[in-house]
Design a protein around this ligand. Structure first.
Ligand code: SF4
Ligand code: SF4
Length: 138
């Protein structure tokens, strides 16, 4: 019963498609090699400078590379010897909520070996059956 209520709540109230499971292993990988998407993945320093005016989080980032996806950033608040966030208590909401399924909508993936998992709430069969029912009604 609890499982069914939870599923209903996540699917129809929160409008989520995935459950987040697991835990943070404190590897710090999600604070390095970051792409930033604001409408599109940030490609130039000029675009990034404009973005920095919008939210303090972006002022923590520094450009470390550019590849076929766009500019690559790492966070200056990460202590690279301990892999710990130096502002953990006051870290931005985006970091507190990581990882969220919106990551997938942005074309991203979980960092390699991340302790979290994003598990589909509905199985492939459930989604398939729903779509089939809708199509049959037409
Ligand atoms: S990549 Fe995952 S396990 Fe590593 S610090 Fe980030 S949230 Fe934690
Ligand atoms: S503020 Fe902390 S948790 Fe957020 S990206 Fe930077 S180092 Fe990581």
């Amino acid at each position: 019963m609890f499982k069914k209520l939870k599923k209903f709540f996540y699917l129809y109230i929160l409008r989520k498609k995935y459950y987040r499971t697991g835990t943070c292993l404190g590897c710090g990988r999600c604070c390095q090699k970051i792409y930033v998407k604001h409408k599109n993945v940030i490609q130039t320093e000029e675009e990034f400078k404009k973005l920095q005016l919008l939210h303090p989080f972006y002022t923590y980032l520094k450009i470390i590379d550019k590849d076929e996806t766009g500019l690559v950033f790492e966070c200056t608040k990460l202590d690279k010897t301990t892999n710990k966030c130096t502002i953990h208590r006051t870290r931005p909401g985006i970091c507190r909520r990581y990882p969220q399924e919106e990551l997938f909508n942005m074309g991203g993936t979980l960092a390699e070996h991340c302790g979290y998992r994003l598990e589909p709430i509905e199985s492939f069969e459930e989604v398939f059956n729903k779509v089939s029912k809708k199509l049959n009604k037409r």
